[in-house]
Design a protein around this ligand. Structure first.
Ligand code: UGA
Length: 415
């Protein structure tokens, strides 16, 4: 199938590259010429496991010319939906891209399906995207199709997740639109759920909010277990034997970060409030997750005076295997440490440069130098932290690194 993808961000690039690998004719549109050049040279502009190799294997067209979209049977909108400082979702990129697609639709006679892949508040495709597309003078469901097909890719495992999805959700304006995407996803041999546009948008947000809930739930149980002298990881092991609960996302720790779980939770809370509904559980989770990060600092204060002390951070990325620091728990922790008058020395195998843009004032050092700090906080569970010599150290562990238990003083956040 002929597929156009807008733009070459994290979701777009992985989606485009994987569809090309599966034998589709793919063009990725982006205005950033530097990015396009890198992709053409088989170098991914983002860090994602296996993406460079994939780019070198496949035949993929990249272009800054929106005109190239016109030959496609489906055009996938994979634009970022960032939030502003108040947590309100900014749809500017979606709106701008929809206008460009409308120009293409105006000039074109054939049928194609515009597919929203970006995570958006329920109602966005119907209330924002379609009206813009129809400024072309063409009608949705008649002259062109519309679908909303959320992605469920984890950073660091995105190619694997794309090729082995648990399910495909197709929100469709009408069945003709859905049929086109259904054909595109036939090779995956997984359940394809077809539904309406708004429901598909909600499935994405509800899935991420549920994962956030599961993590926060086990973190709360962990905080309680610590007081009761019970190991929360043993409790989770026992819970997971029940298929209805399952073992995933039950690793207690310092909480969830990243560009998706925290933002999508806020998006859902904002949407609920817009309808006049107060989402008590969702709000509780967002607040609890922030408090959980600060718990690391509270535990540390039991063992040393922070003012003037040098505190070492092991890990800055929001999870191992990525250089992404968006909403990383390390951000909240560093803010709190600086407020308390501590000096911060940090190490991360991949994410130090990105973190430096947020906190140029802290020291970025080797792992050895960080281990020589007055106390150590483990914030990301990088594999290389599992065989450090922690003896004679003060360690507050936010990610259950068992080897760290040998430390002179050891405290797990919830164990
Ligand atoms: C998440 C979802 O897992 C994907 O399905 C979804 O497609 C994606 O968001 C998205 O919306 O684009 P991702 O943000 O890459 O993927 O990261 P996760 O692997 O879900 O981890 C999120 C956070 O939860 C990390 O900070 C991680 O350390 C934390 N976590 C995860 C825990 O604290 N405990 C766990 O048991 C699992």
């Amino acid at each position: 199938m002929k597929v156009a993808v807008i733009v070459a961000g994290y979701v777009g690039l992985v989606t485009g590259a994987c569809f090309a690998k599966l034998g589709n004719e793919v063009v990725i549109i982006d205005i950033d010429e530097k990015k396009l050049k890198a992709i053409n040279n088989g170098i991914s502009p983002i860090y994602e496991e296996g993406l460079d190799e994939l780019l070198r294997q496949i035949c993929l067209e990249v272009s800054s010319d929106y005109g190239k979209v016109s030959a496609s049977e489906t055009v996938m909108l994979c634009l970022g939906t960032p939030s502003d400082e108040n947590g309100t979702i900014v749809l500017d990129y979606m709106i701008e891209a929809s206008k460009r697609i409308a120009e293409m639709l105006r000039a074109r006679s054939g049928y194609s399906v515009v597919t929203v892949k970006s995570t958006v508040p329920p109602g966005t495709t119907e209330e924002v995207v379609i009206p813009i597309l129809e400024t072309s003078g063409k009608k949705a469901g008649q002259d062109f199709g519309v679908c909303m097909c959320p992605e469920f890719l984890r950073e660091g495992k995105a190619i694997y997740d794309f090729m082995h999805p648990a399910r495909v959700v197709i929100g469709e304006y009408d069945s003709q639109s859905g049929d086109v995407l259904d054909r595109l996803y036939q090779d995956f041999k997984v359940p394809i759920m077809r539904t309406d546009l708004k429901t598909a948008e909600m499935i994405k947000l509800a899935s991420n909010a549920y994962l956030a809930t599961k993590i926060s739930f086990i973190n709360e149980i962990g905080n309680l277990c610590k007081r009761l002298g019970i190991d929360v990881y043993e409790v989770a092991r026992g819970m997971a034997l029940d298929d209805r609960i399952g073992s995933q996302f039950l690793n207690a720790g310092v909480g969830f970060g990243g560009s998706c779980l925290p933002k999508d939770l806020i998006m859902l809370i904002a949407k609920a409030k817009e309808t006049g509904y107060k989402p008590a559980i969702l709000e509780g989770i967002a607040n609890f997750n922030d408090a959980q990060a600060l718990r690391m600092v509270e535990l540390l204060k039991k063992h040393l005076t922070l003012r003037g002390a040098t505190i070492g951070l092991l890990g800055l990325a929001f999870k191992p295997g990525t250089d992404d620091v968006r909403d990383s728990r390390a951000i909240k922790i560093v803010e709190a440490l600086l407020d308390e008058g501590a000096r911060v020395r940090a190490y991360d195998p991949l994410a130090a440069d990105n973190f430096r843009r947020l906190f140029p004032q802290i020291e970025y050092a080797s792992k050895e130098a960080v281990l020589n700090s007055d106390a150590i906080l483990i914030v990301t569970e990088w594999a290389e932290f599992k065989d450090i010599d922690y003896r004679r150290k003060i360690v507050i562990d936010g990610r259950r690194i068992d080897k760290a238990r040998e430390a002179k003083i050891y405290e797990g956040i919830g164990w």
